[in-house]
Write a protein that binds this ligand. Structure first.
Ligand code: 13P
Ligand code: SF4
Length: 336
């Protein structure tokens, strides 16, 4: 999704923060008094972007003031990878987590890639090492390794092909083999296996946000909100996906809401997702049983402003790892 952020340079001075052009989009999500505390940083960030020839790529889990007021492009992991390839500007600031910034650097290596906070990790990326992949290959000779993009460049470099939650089924099917190793998310792997005839060998990684949802949560949502449509991210345990109406990546959830306009919907995923989809779908009622990702939430306006002011933290990838890691991502992008 391409987002239109606003430039402070073209705007007359004003006293009322609610007159800010970006406020219209988020006025139902952010109280006026809170919005007023954001405006100075929003204007500074938009000024810095212009001065530094920078664009902000923002994951769907950013808070609404980041997603709707300073981001240039928003989307799921797959969209952000594709968009990173096409950025012309000199600097990409990744409002997301470390593996996303690394992916952007791999796909557009001549650009300066900034991540506001180096602590923005991911429980999935931390769950696996290249040595784990070597051991899985030893145990399952000949099975290709399909690696979720939520991994380090070193793990991607040890893999055959990457996938995201938005294309995993197509990636697995494209290989034309009876058995694959799919790492590191055990739940994503099991949810994808249920949609193919391919035998999927898993690794015991999990997303700390999605693994906390339970089938009981879904039952309670349905009991309290009759008629609700439940959409679950495929990083949720399979029992949660089975209790839901549909499953898909964050972009697929967004498309579902935009196209189907359900009367009530519950997005079983990170908290900011509902806010960001609600901004464009005022007639849909959002039930919000969410869990916070502490890593995504490190991308505050202040952190983003500081990153543009100081040029920190610049993401680089070891030259030896870059070529094989890039190949695994590019193979994915060739399929879907
Ligand atoms: P997608 O946006 O690709 O669905 O990924 C969700 C996620 O948890 C990213 O860290
Ligand atoms: Fe990682 Fe889960 Fe946070 Fe996404 S939501 S960055 S998968 S911990």
């Amino acid at each position: 999704m391409t987002l239109s952020s606003t430039s402070s340079t073209a705007r007359p001075a004003r006293n009322d923060a609610t007159e800010h052009p970006a406020y219209a989009k988020v006025q139902h999500l952010i109280p006026t008094v809170e919005w007023a505390t954001f405006v100075e940083d929003i204007d500074a960030i938009n000024r810095l972007k212009a001065e530094q020839d920078a664009v902000i790529l923002a994951h769907n889990y950013m808070t609404p003031e980041v997603f709707h007021a300073v981001a240039d492009i928003g989307g799921d992991s797959l969209a952000l990878a594709r968009e990173a390839q096409n950025v012309d500007a000199g600097t990409i600031l990744l409002a997301g987590v470390h593996f996303m910034a690394e992916t952007a650097k791999l796909l557009n290596p001549s650009k300066r890639v900034l991540l506001p906070d180096l602590r923005s990790g991911c429980s999935l990326a931390e769950s696996i090492t290249p040595a784990d992949i070597a051991e899985l290959r030893r145990q399952h000779p000949g099975a290709p390794v399909v690696t979720y993009v939520n991994t380090s460049a070193a793990v991607k470099a040890a893999s055959d092909i990457c996938c995201t939650s938005g294309n995993a089924v197509e990636i697995i099917k494209s290989l034309g083999v009876p058995e694959v190793i799919m790492v590191p998310d055990q739940y994503l792997a099991r949810n994808i296996a249920a949609q193919t005839d391919v035998r999927v060998i898993t690794h015991p990684g999990a997303c700390e946000v999605h693994e906390r949802f339970t089938p009981t949560d879904i039952t309670q949502i349905r009991d309290s909100h009759p008629g609700v449509t439940v959409l679950a991210h495929p990083e949720c345990p399979p029992e949660v996906v089975a209790a839901s109406d549909h499953s898909g990546s964050t972009a697929q959830m967004q498309s579902y809401v935009e196209e189907q306009q359900p009367r009530r919907v519950a997005l079983i995923t990170e908290c900011s997702m509902s806010d960001n989809v609600a901004a464009n779908n005022p007639d849909v009622e959002f039930i919000r049983p969410c869990n916070l990702c502490p890593h995504m939430k490190r991308n505050s306006l202040k952190a983003i402003r500081h990153a543009l002011e100081t040029g920190r933290h610049e993401i680089t990838v070891d030259a030896e790892l870059a070529a094989p890691a890039r190949r695994a991502i590019e193979r994915m992008l060739e399929v879907k």
